[in-house]
Design a protein around this ligand. Structure first.
Ligand SMILES: [Zn+2]
Length: 343
């Protein structure tokens, strides 16, 4: 059993680690976000250690940097942002090589390309030589242990706390990452103060989703996923993340549904009520054809991963006594009857 005291202690150590400014690259932020995501995607609530293969870490780590190898434009100046105070971070040059060699834009296509297996080794060694080694002090391995570069093992405290406090840890890491880039003298030519850096670095959730409207309209017979109102005449129908983007910021096919703008606005960052959850689990999230079609438009599709995310999100919400959104101005507590759906 991981006590409340040791959870607080874990968070305090994470906070101290963020305050340590001796890091010259953005790697530590990327590594923490990666491990948090993988604790959600591969982990469980059993309060045990969790071993993660190094290839999974390298792939998820690269997925974070992939949008950032693009040139950033602030109107006047254009360039690839420097992720390190010295020479450019090695992960950027590796990914730029991959991009040049394949000409691919989408990360999901890159990982399916034969070049990826070859590049993974050098990405693993970059991560193992650098952030894995420096993130925590060697004599205080409170997040993970590792003996070689095949895998690492999250401590049971880290496994639990990264899942439980993911929103806080990821936002904290993103803020640190942005500050690091802004204070790097080499980036000051490229960045300007009012630029929308966050959506460039970590993906704007909305813009790329609009292209899914016709396809989802078809699959949902022109109706809002939540209130069933006819939205086929409404050119403003929204693509909604069933498990809110704020809780899990990655566009997975299974997690996307089409809604009327008022349901989308009203649901906002909440989890949906049990009737919606059942409807989603038996339709949208499990319709293989639908999710393949979305995948072919360049989105990830991963049924197993998506199930784990949904289970994680609702279990977390139940522990926190959160309410679910039923419809406009109607909410209900997330309780045991939600959780048995995941058994
Ligand atoms: Zn609606």
């Amino acid at each position: 059993m991981v006590s409340a005291e040791s959870q607080i202690e874990f968070l305090q150590k994470i906070q101290t680690l963020f305050e340590d400014s001796s890091f010259s690259a953005t790697y530590k932020y990327a590594l923490l976000i990666t491990l948090t995501n993988l604790a959600i995607e591969l982990g469980n609530d059993k309060e045990k250690e969790l071993t993660i293969p190094s290839n999974r870490i390298a792939t998820r780590f690269s997925e974070l940097y992939w949008p950032q190898i693009k040139e950033y434009s602030s109107g006047k100046n254009v360039g690839v942002l420097n992720q390190n105070n010295g020479t450019q971070a090695k992960i950027i040059s590796i990914l730029l090589d991959v991009q040049r060699a394949t000409g691919l834009e989408r990360f999901s296509d890159v990982t399916a390309h034969s070049i990826w297996t070859r590049k993974l080794n050098s990405i693993v060694s970059t991560i193992w030589q650098n952030p894995i080694f420096y993130l925590q002090e060697d004599e205080n391995q409170f997040i993970y242990k590792y003996s070689n570069n095949k895998s690492l093992t999250l401590s049971k405290e880290a496994h639990l706390c990264l899942r439980k406090f993911s929103e806080y840890i990821i936002q904290y890491a993103k803020n640190g990452w942005m500050t690091h880039l802004k204070t790097n003298a080499k980036n000051q030519q490229i960045l300007n103060s009012d630029s929308d850096l966050e959506s460039f670095l970590f993906g704007a959730s909305r813009d790329t989703l609009i292209q899914l409207r016709p396809l989802l309209m078809d699959y949902q017979d022109g109706r809002c996923f939540y209130c069933s109102r006819n939205i086929s005449q409404n050119s403003k129908a929204d693509v909604d993340h069933f498990i809110p983007w704020k809780k899990y910021s990655r566009n997975i096919a299974e997690n996307l549904v089409l809604t009327c703008p008022s349901c989308n606005r009203s649901k906002s960052d909440m989890l949906a009520g049990i009737a919606h959850l059942e409807n989603w689990m038996f339709n949208a999230a499990t319709n293989v054809q639908r999710n393949n079609d979305i995948h072919h438009l360049g989105f990830l599709s991963d049924l197993e991963c998506n199930k784990r995310i949904a289970s994680w999100a609702y279990h977390n919400a139940a522990i926190a006594n959160s309410n679910a959104w039923v419809m406009q101005k109607q909410y209900e507590p997330i309780n045991q009857k939600y959780l048995i759906l995941f058994e």
